[in-house]
Ligand binder design. Structure first.
Ligand SMILES: [Zn+2]
Length: 114
């Protein structure tokens, strides 16, 4: 499962960070997940609960911010939302999107400790 490998690597990054900063007990992890990653937030939360259960991470809140996909017009540089399934065009000039400006991220934004 895609989400499971994400969660295991996320937990190891969080642990590394906590060790480096000598942090206390973890309360909350905030992550940002772009729509393009095709990660289901609910599945991610479930995997996290399974992985964290019985460890020192049990009860830690996983705060997931979903980021919509946005593209940038190749002509006028306008940024606009892109639908994953549709051929979206720039609402200003009708131009095509030259690429994604957001929606591909899968980042740990912050960690809250006691
Ligand atoms: Zn445009």
């Amino acid at each position: 499962m895609h989400e499971l490998s994400i969660v295991t690597s996320m937990i190891s990054i969080v642990r590394e960070n906590m060790a480096r900063h000598g942090a206390g007990r973890l309360k909350k992890i905030k992550i940002r997940v772009g729509e393009m990653t095709a990660v289901e937030p609910e599945a991610l939360r479930f995997c996290f609960e399974v992985c964290a259960g019985g460890t020192d991470m049990e009860g830690v809140i996983l705060d997931i911010e979903e980021v919509p996909v946005r593209g940038q017009c190749i002509h006028c540089k306008n940024e606009f939302p892109l639908d994953r399934y549709l051929d979206s065009r720039c609402p200003v000039c009708g131009g095509e999107s030259g690429g994604y400006v957001s929606g591909t991220e899968l980042d740990i934004v912050s960690m809250e400790v006691e």
